[in-house]
Write a protein that binds this ligand. Structure first.
Ligand SMILES: NC(=O)c1ccc[n+]([C@@H]2O[C@H](COP(=O)([O-])OP(=O)(O)OC[C@H]3O[C@@H](n4cnc5c(N)ncnc54)[C@H](O)[C@@H]3O)[C@@H](O)[C@H]2O)c1
Length: 258
């Protein structure tokens, strides 16, 4: 695949699902990977997995919603690797509800992780990427097709993912002459603990039928798998994507083409 030998990467929300798969793939392709998560045990377990496969990884305790925590995470990555080449803003949380069903606390909680989290980690990473020699780096944001088209009863989630797409474009344009590229990935529905949690919380009594409907929603006839999203992150992190910036890379089994 695309090699990223010697690059130092920080992946947020890397203790589970898509982020875990990205961390594994980055390490398998030569990167030194900071596995950052609010769930420290999950991050440690992914580091153990990578190390067992001969890769280079280290755990970082991180709450993306907290700027000081994001700054400490970047310092930890630089302490280990000497610089920061790649940031993957993957940590994110979901919520089911139309606008009338969405309370202000839930709206603020989603905003804090999905929007302020991307702001905080990007700010910390860009400061480092501008200061290091040679300067520059690559940022990959995990948006969603929910930022491009409406997904039913996902008012707050759609709003936050639309913001991730906007932050991607702003960052890409503001630093286009400083050697920093910024892109986002817009996955469709991907089978991860995130979706499993949603099924158990909102559809426990109709679990199988709802899961079948989630599979059928994609023209390809099934949900995606984390290992089908991670290669896009690897491409965007690698020099093979040197002409790609400010882009929304859709990986959705055809959902938005219908
Ligand atoms: N699964 C999907 O269908 C899907 C579709 C489109 C986009 N996405 C996006 O992909 C990303 C990853 O989703 P996933 O399905 O792998 O989820 P997941 O729930 O399996 O993993 C998310 C990880 O983020 C961590 N996390 C949560 N809050 C955090 C915080 N404040 N600071 C640091 N880490 C935190 C969690 O501990 C967890 O390890 C999210 O941004 C999500 O919105 C998921």
């Amino acid at each position: 695949m695309f090699r990223i030998d010697g690059k130092v990467a920080l992946v947020t929300g890397a203790g589970s699902g898509i982020g875990r798969e990205i961390a594994l793939l980055f390490a398998a392709n030569g990167a030194s990977v900071g596995v950052a998560d609010i769930n420290e045990a999950a991050a440690a377990s992914v580091v153990t997995e990578i190390t067992a496969r001969g890769g280079d990884a280290f755990p970082i305790a991180l709450d993306v919603a907290d700027l000081a925590s994001a700054e400490r995470a970047v310092v930890a990555a630089v302490a280990r690797g000497g610089r920061l080449d790649v940031l993957v803003n993957n940590a994110g949380i979901g919520l089911v509800g139309s606008v009338t069903e969405t309370g202000p606390e839930d709206f603020d909680r989603l905003y804090a992780v999905n929007v302020r989290g991307v702001y905080a980690c990007t700010k910390a990473a860009v400061n480092q990427m501008l200061a290091q020699d040679p300067g520059g780096g690559t940022i990959v944001n995990m948006a969603s097709i929910a930022g491009q088209v409406a997904v039913g009863r996902r008012f707050a989630y759609c709003a936050t993912k639309g913001a991730v797409i906007s932050m991607t474009q702003s960052t890409a344009m503001d630093y286009v002459e400083r050697g920093i590229r910024c892109n986002c990935i817009c996955p469709g529905t991907v089978e991860t603990p995130f979706v499993e949690g949603y099924l158990r919380k909102y559809h426990a009594d109709e679990y199988e039928a709802t899961k079948a409907a989630l599979h059928a929603r994609q023209p390809l006839g099934r949900m995606g798998r984390p290992e089908e999203i991670a290669p896009m992150a690897l491409f965007l992190a690698s020099d093979a994507s040197s002409y790609v910036t400010g882009a929304q890379m859709t990986v959705d089994g055809g959902l938005t083409a219908r």
